[in-house]
Design a protein around this ligand. Structure first.
Ligand code: IPD
Ligand code: CA
Ligand code: CA
Length: 256
């Protein structure tokens, strides 16, 4: 039941954002001039929350645009109604709906749907990761300098040692292809599917990574914070990889 509701919410919200992709919609600015939220983000969020509440009215919800709906349930839904809003608002068809479910503080289910490629990624704790029903696995590359990576940059750039631009520069100067798709949830799913060997980002929120981090783990990969400790979506730093190049990415981040 939980899985079906999760899938229905992700697929229907995905269809909604695709239908409204070429329509006219209001765009508002959050803090920072380029941090946008559209009417479609709110519509997608409402559809997802209505779907959850119809089946599980007592579950805890954490959703990007609404914040927390606190209950004493052991289940918590973590929702990003559009991951990749800047892509969406610029007509770049690379964005998705991302929903993770925690039980007793552990991520148990994750769904990411990119309606533009019709790709439904689904992961279940100890049940593997799947793309449109087929099992997926991380890549097997062992050399970080021969890998294909992806990253993202925070909206407000923080000037500090080993900042996002410093780390990016270290990889780029060595000729490592580091892509920037603009959707952390898709970045994580594409690591899980073996398209990228690794992903790192400095300032993520729980809704960006909740579903995608389970996807990578269940596809046989590794996800940690920048200290190499097990990942929690409630802290900002994330490194996800096939496991084999994980230390290599951490060494570049810390300039070791
Ligand atoms: C953003 C995307 C982007 C990442 C940002 C996120 P949004 O989410 O995941 O790839 O670099 O840090 O905030 O705002 O499109 O939901
Ligand atoms: Ca996001
Ligand atoms: Ca979002």
């Amino acid at each position: 039941m939980l899985k079906e509701t999760l899938q229905r919410a992700a697929l229907e919200a995905g269809r909604l954002i695709k239908e409204r992709f070429h329509s006219t919609y209001r765009i508002d600015h959050k803090e920072g001039i380029n941090n946008l939220v559209t009417e479609v983000d709110h519509a997608s969020e409402k559809l997802i929350m209505d779907t959850i509440r119809a089946e599980f009215p007592d579950h805890f919800i954490l959703s990007e645009e609404t914040g927390e709906i606190v209950t004493d349930s052991t289940y918590k839904w973590i929702i990003d109604p559009i991951d990749g809003t800047i892509n969406f608002a610029n007509g770049i068809p690379l964005c998705c709906v991302s929903i993770g479910i925690e039980k007793d503080g552990k991520m148990i289910l994750g769904a990411v749907y990119n309606p533009f490629l019709d790709e439904y990624f689904f992961a279940e704790r100890r049940g593997g990761a799947h793309l449109n029903g087929r099992a997926i696995q991380v890549s097997t590359k062992t050399d970080v300098w021969r890998s294909c990576l992806v990253t993202g940059f925070p909206y407000s750039y923080l000037d500090r040692p080993n900042s996002p631009l410093d780390v990016f520069g270290r990889f780029i100067r060595k000729g490592v292809p580091v892509r920037r798709l603009g959707s952390a949830a898709i970045d994580l799913c594409w690591v899980a599917a073996g398209r990228f060997d690794g992903f790192y980002e400095h300032e993520l929120q729980a809704w960006d990574s909740a579903a995608g981090f389970l996807m990578v783990v269940e596809a046989g990969g590794k996800v940690t914070d920048f200290g190499g400790r097990p990942y929690s979506p409630y802290q900002p730093h994330l490194v996800a990889s096939n496991g084999l190049i994980h230390k290599g990415i951490l060494d570049v981040i810390h300039d070791r």
